[in-house]
Design a protein around this ligand. Structure first.
Ligand SMILES: NC(=O)c1ccc[n+]([C@@H]2O[C@H](COP(=O)([O-])OP(=O)(O)OC[C@H]3O[C@@H](n4cnc5c(N)ncnc54)[C@H](O)[C@@H]3O)[C@@H](O)[C@H]2O)c1
Length: 227
């Protein structure tokens, strides 16, 4: 478990009997050192899950260049940093599986999330390109979660009246997702059950984007016409 927040990494590592490391994936040297250390402590790496990410909302012309860079650096370049550091360990062990976290914001238009959506679409392309480069030894896939209840989304889900009901209404499977809904797909993609799948992005959104984007209406409601 690698996280900017040492405590979070430790909690999850303790839970799964893993090792924890604190590092900022936007820093290429820190990411490389942490991944090398993980490989040393675990005796190699065969699975790599590149999951760190996040964003806020603003209009396209309202992002400062620094904010734009920060969001792209976290959500796209950070994935490359840990892939770059980890892939040689995976190859050294004879192959394995990589899973990146994209988002439905990268697969459907998402007003108010331009740098995040562009970065996540970049993750989809990065994933497919890497799958070609490293086949047949390494499979590289992505997940594109919909609305999942996590630290990133709890402010919205708990802080705005009727938001959970809104997502239940627009999601064919009629609920907000749980982290395990995505984690189970990642486990599947890492496992041998997915042995003939590479270069794909699996949408895990309860069917929401069958008829719309995950953030439809939010930008207008909270930023363009607040009140
Ligand atoms: N929650 C959703 O609805 C949703 C939907 C689509 C995609 N996603 C994606 O899922 C992934 C996980 O998000 P989450 O919802 O669990 O959010 P979260 O904020 O709960 O967790 C993100 C984790 O990433 C860590 N992190 C942030 N910046 C980092 C950095 N520079 N280096 C290392 N670690 C860093 C944070 O400390 C945190 O533990 C992200 O890539 C996010 O974009 C989430």
């Amino acid at each position: 478990m690698l996280d900017l927040d040492a405590g979070r990494a430790e909690t999850v590592a303790d839970d799964v009997g893993g090792v924890s490391l604190a590092a900022d994936v936007t820093d290429p040297e820190a990411a490389r050192d942490a991944v090398d250390e993980a490989a040393r402590r675990l005796g190699g790496l065969s699975i790599l899950v590149n999951n760190a990410g996040g964003s806020v909302m603003a209009g396209l012309a309202d992002w400062s260049p620094q904010q734009w860079d920060d969001i792209v650096r976290l959500n796209l370049t950070g994935v490359w940093h840990t892939m770059r550091a980890g892939i040689r360990h995976v190859l050294a062990g004879g192959g394995g599986s990589v899973v990146n976290t994209a988002s439905i914001s990268g697969t459907r238009p998402s007003a108010g999330e331009t740098p995040y959506a562009a970065a996540k679409a970049g993750v989809v392309a990065l994933t497919a390109s890497a799958a070609l480069e490293y086949a047949p030894l390494v499979r590289v896939n992505a997940v594109a979660p919909g609305m999942i209840r996590t630290g990133l989304t709890s402010v919205l889900l708990d802080g705005v009246e009727d938001m959970v009901g809104h997502y239940e209404d627009i999601t064919p499977l009629a609920r907000v997702g749980a982290p395990e809904d995505v984690a189970d797909v990642i486990v599947f993609l890492c496992s041998d059950a997915a042995r003939f799948i590479t270069g794909q992005t699996v949408v895990v959104d309860g069917g929401m984007t069958l008829h719309g984007a995950g953030v439809d209406g939010l930008f207008d409601r909270f930023f363009r016409n607040p009140g």
